[in-house]
Design a protein around this ligand. Structure first.
Ligand SMILES: Nc1ncnc2c1ncn2[C@@H]1O[C@H](COP(=O)(O)OP(=O)(O)O)[C@@H](O)[C@H]1O
Ligand SMILES: [Mg+2]
Length: 262
């Protein structure tokens, strides 16, 4: 398992700019995510966090720059290569809704049916395994309405993991969860990182979560439309001279975690 040379980054963003129509939300974004790394994306409400995930997961073309997945330039790839790259990552959107008329197992089986040649029995076995990975063994036949909000988030993560991604993108995974449930979700993320060496890019404004799970955070500044800081959250809190960032990381007011929650 061990190797002397460091593995290449799972995700490499270089000079990235994106926005809608002519409005640039963020520009000059450059960062990489290593295997097994948890990077949290933070910044005030509306600065472009969810949109960044759309650009990173192939839903919105960038205005400039590159998105590298396992060393391959996503937006320069042809349709076939792109299709293959898309299977290397999993995504849980803001809200993270499951298909309500399907059981948890059927939710996880859906991407398998769409993208793999697995027969129904094989897909059921994989779904049961993924649900077990997120602590939902035995809940295969439950409908989303019959489980708690925390369990639904776990099931959505299991669905995002259906195709064995090496990187997971999660948009506000702990939104709407109580602190205990949110803490358990953090544990799950740390478990998956440790056991499967999975990488994570997580949009969140939950400070407890940020300080617990993030190896590094990248701060997207709404005013200057670029990243003004990247690093371990404790170090940024201790050393940054950016008042907005320090306010954010200490749970302060303007542009901070409280603002992002609205
Ligand atoms: N499909 C869209 N078309 C045009 N503007 C959008 C679209 N989606 C989001 N926006 C705008 O882009 C800005 C950033 O949105 P978003 O990335 O969701 O912010 P965040 O997740 O950081 O709160 C917001 O002002 C939002 O209104
Ligand atoms: Mg958002």
């Amino acid at each position: 398992m061990s190797s002397a040379s460091p593995e290449p980054p799972r995700l490499a963003v270089d000079g990235l700019a994106y926005g809608y129509d002519r409005r640039v939300l963020q520009e000059d974004l450059t960062f990489a995510v290593a295997p097994g790394e948890v990077l949290c994306v933070i910044g005030g409400s509306g600065c472009g966090k969810s949109t960044l995930l759309r650009v990173l997961t192939g839903l919105l073309p960038p205005l400039a720059g590159t998105v590298g997945i396992d060393g391959q330039d996503f937006w320069a790839a042809d349709a076939t290569e792109r299709e293959a790259l898309i299977r290397r990552f999993g995504m849980m959107y803001q809200g993270g809704a499951l298909w309500t008329s399907m059981t948890l197992a059927e939710n996880v089986e859906m991407p398998l049916a769409l993208y793999t040649g697995l027969d129904p029995r094989g897909a059921a076995a994989v779904a049961a395994y993924k649900l077990a990975l997120v602590g939902l063994a035995g809940f295969e036949d439950f409908l989303p309405a019959a489980i708690s909000g925390g369990m639904a988030k776990r099931a959505a993560i299991a669905r995002a993991m259906a195709l064995d991604p090496s990187i997971l993108f999660l948009d506000e995974p702990s939104a709407g969860l109580d602190p205990v449930t949110s803490h358990r979700l953090d544990d799950l993320i740390l478990d998956l990182r440790r056991t499967l060496s999975m990488s994570f890019v997580i949009v969140t404004h939950e400070l407890a979560s940020i300080f617990r799970i993030a190896d590094r955070v990248v701060y997207l500044d709404a005013g200057t439309h670029t990243m003004t800081a990247i690093g371990p959250p404790k170090q940024l809190l201790a050393e940054s001279r950016d008042a907005d960032l320090v306010a954010f990381l200490s749970g302060g007011e303007s542009g901070g975690a409280a603002g992002a929650a609205r």
